[in-house]
Ligand binder design. Structure first.
Ligand code: MN
Ligand code: MN
Length: 308
């Protein structure tokens, strides 16, 4: 190969086509891999500002800033040497057809999981998590949810396709056990009558230590397969302005990263990072936060599933 064109790894801004510059694989079912990144460019279930359909592309672009390290601080191993990670690209669907999208996500995720891969999905608005949970439930049964968000998303008054209703439907469908699940960062009202989740709200989370939060999360989810869903609006708008429904008084990226890094001894079976809307972002702050969180989640999975 010409050495003029084979210079991709040397740049932290060029050729930002896939997450962390891992291979783009157009037949991900057949590929050998541990982790598949799946982009879900969907935002028609959004109630606030739209634009999360551009999230996967922005997160991939920002992830290139993180590709040069090899061993990513503060981990003591090289993620890509321990886990084979591929980028399955974006799931394409008939634009505007929420029903088709929902079926397609569930089908794609079911097939990827059946082929032995673990999914790190990039939203898209938070609705994408509902079909993802349906697919994961087929393989893993009832799960515990670790849910980072400013909102509980347990409202029961939306349509069938609404990014505020997934965690009303998911327990009713038997996908997750709310009593073994924890919502972190909540700072909006919700109906406590139909809400069985454990909550560490944002004021509490900002006052508690990382260790206290971590202990509580692990106590609740222990013994269950765990799905981690990260709505980027869990972070304060200072750390994640580029999202559809920002709420003041959230967590810092520093605290979130410290919390995540303690979750090494639970059984994470699926992960997503959602609600990045780059049109409202500044200097890629939000996309970089999302890329960093996705990368941390991959490290957690690798610690749990490989010799590191
Ligand atoms: Mn939210
Ligand atoms: Mn949400």
């Amino acid at each position: 190969m010409s050495d003029i064109f084979n210079q991709v790894d040397n740049s932290i801004y060029s050729n930002a086509m896939t997450f962390l510059r891992v291979p783009l694989v157009m037949d991900p079912i057949a590929a050998e891999a541990d982790i598949a990144v799946l982009g879900l460019p969907f935002d028609i279930a959004t109630s606030g500002r739209s634009g999360a359909r551009m999230g996967p592309t922005a997160i991939r672009q920002a992830s290139i800033n993180l590709a040069w390290e090899g061993k990513h601080f503060p981990w003591k191993f090289n993620l890509l040497k321990k886990s084979k990670v591929i980028d399955a690209g974006d799931l394409v669907y008939s634009t505007g057809d929420a029903a088709e999208f929902t079926q397609k996500v569930e089908k794609a995720a079911t097939q990827l999981l059946a082929s032995g891969k673990t999914l790190v999905s990039l939203g898209g608005d938070h609705f994408v998590t509902l079909p993802l949970l349906r697919a994961h439930h087929q393989k893993f049964g009832e799960m515990a949810l670790i849910h980072f968000d400013a909102h509980t998303d347990t409202y029961d008054n939306g349509s069938a396709y609404d990014h505020g209703t997934m965690f009303y439907h998911a327990p009713n469908e038997g996908l997750i056990d709310p009593q073994k699940s924890v919502q972190i960062g909540i700072r909006t009202v919700f109906n406590e009558a139909n809400h069985g989740f454990n909550v560490i709200d944002a004021p509490q989370a900002n006052d508690m230590s990382v260790e206290q939060i971590s202990t509580l999360i692990k106590e609740k989810v222990q013994g269950m397969p765990v799905y981690v869903t990260f709505d980027i609006d869990c972070l304060d708008p200072a750390f994640a302005p580029g999202t559809g429904t920002p709420v003041c008084g959230g967590l810092s990226t520093d605290k979130i990263l410290k919390i995540l890094r303690t979750l090494t001894d639970i059984n994470i079976v699926g992960m997503d990072v959602v609600e990045v809307a780059p049109a409202y972002d500044n200097s890629e702050i939000t996309a970089l936060a999302a890329a960093t969180i996705a990368l941390e989640l991959m490290h957690l999975w690798t610690v749990q599933n490989k010799q590191v």
